[in-house]
Design a protein around this ligand. Sequence first.
Ligand SMILES: Cc1cc2nc3c(=O)[nH]c(=O)nc-3n(C[C@H](O)[C@H](O)[C@H](O)COP(=O)(O)O)c2cc1C
Length: 292
Amino acid sequence: MRNPTVLASGILGVNAALLKRVALSGAGAVTMKSIGPREKEGHKNPTVLEWEHGLINAVGLPSPGYNNLAQEFEELKAIDCPVIASIYGASVEEFAEVAEAVAPYSPSLIELNISCPNTKKEGQVFGLTRESAEEVVAAVKKVNGNIPVMPKLTPQAPNIAEVAKACAEAGADAICAINTVGPGMLIDVEARKPILANKFGGVSGPAIKPIALRCVYQIYEKVDVPVLGMGGITTGLDAIEMIMAGATAVGMGSAVYYRRINVFAQVCKEMEQWMKAHEVNNIRELIGAAHK
Ligand SMILES: Cc1cc2nc3c(=O)[nH]c(=O)nc-3n(C[C@H](O)[C@H](O)[C@H](O)COP(=O)(O)O)c2cc1C
C-alpha cells in the first residue's frame, strides 16, 4: 500500500467507477460493500442518520449478489490500489460459497464480515464467539485460492482478542476491527417514534473511537498478523492513535460523510505533519507504540 488509509466497507458501494475515484483521491486501499450470496434488498429508508457524535445505520446489507458483479470486478482490475472484497453469508457454507466465487477475480484481500447484525447464525453474529468465527475462517481458507483472508470483528464479542486469536489460528492472514457498535437507536421526539425504519442500527463515527482503540489494542497483544483498525477515525491524529494501539493500516467510513473522499489525502497529510514535528521517519515505527 502506498499509504495506510483504507476506505471501509459499505460506505461507497461496489461500483467500480466510484471506488476508482476514491483511489484517485488518495486512499491506500478500497473496500467494496459486503457481497452476499444472492441479490438482496436492504431495509427501508431512513437507513443512515447523522447525530451529534457520529452516524447510526441500518442499511440491511443490500447486495446485488456475487453473480451480478462480474463486470464490476473486471473494471476494478484497472484501479491503482489494492481492492478488498468484503463478503457475508448467513451460514458457514454461504461464506465459503461467496469466497470461492470472488477469489478468481483476484481481489487483494477477502474481508469476512462476520460482525454485521445481518450475518447471523441462530440469532448470533459469527464474530461473537471464537468457535463460530474460526469455523467461518477455516471454511473460507479451503476455497480462497491464494487470496489472503481477513475476518472483520465485532466489539460486541465479550472477548474480542480471543476471537482474533482463534481466527489467526484458523488461518486468518489479517484481522479487521471494528464493525459498528450497538445496536443503538434514535427517537424523533415530535413524532414519538424511532427514526430508523429498522428502529435499531449500528453506531459509527467519533463516538466509537475509544471502543475501537481498546479492541485493536487488545487484539495486537494476542495476534501476530497485521490489524486493520477502524472506528471513528476522522483525522491524522486519530489515525496515529489507532496505529499506536497496534493497527498496521487504518480504515475510514463515517469520516467520508464528514470530510468527503478527500479525507484520505488529508489524513495522510495530517499524519505526515505530526511525524515531521516528532521526528518520526517511518510510520512503521509507530505500530503498537502505545504498548511499550
Ligand atoms: C452506512 C454504513 C454501511 C456499512 N456497511 C458495511 C458493510 O456492508 N460491511 C461491513 O463490513 N461494514 C459495514 N459498515 C461498517 C464500516 O465498514 C465500519 O466498520 C464502521 O462504520 C466503523 O468505522 P467508522 O467509524 O470509520 O465508520 C458500514 C457502516 C456504515 C456507516
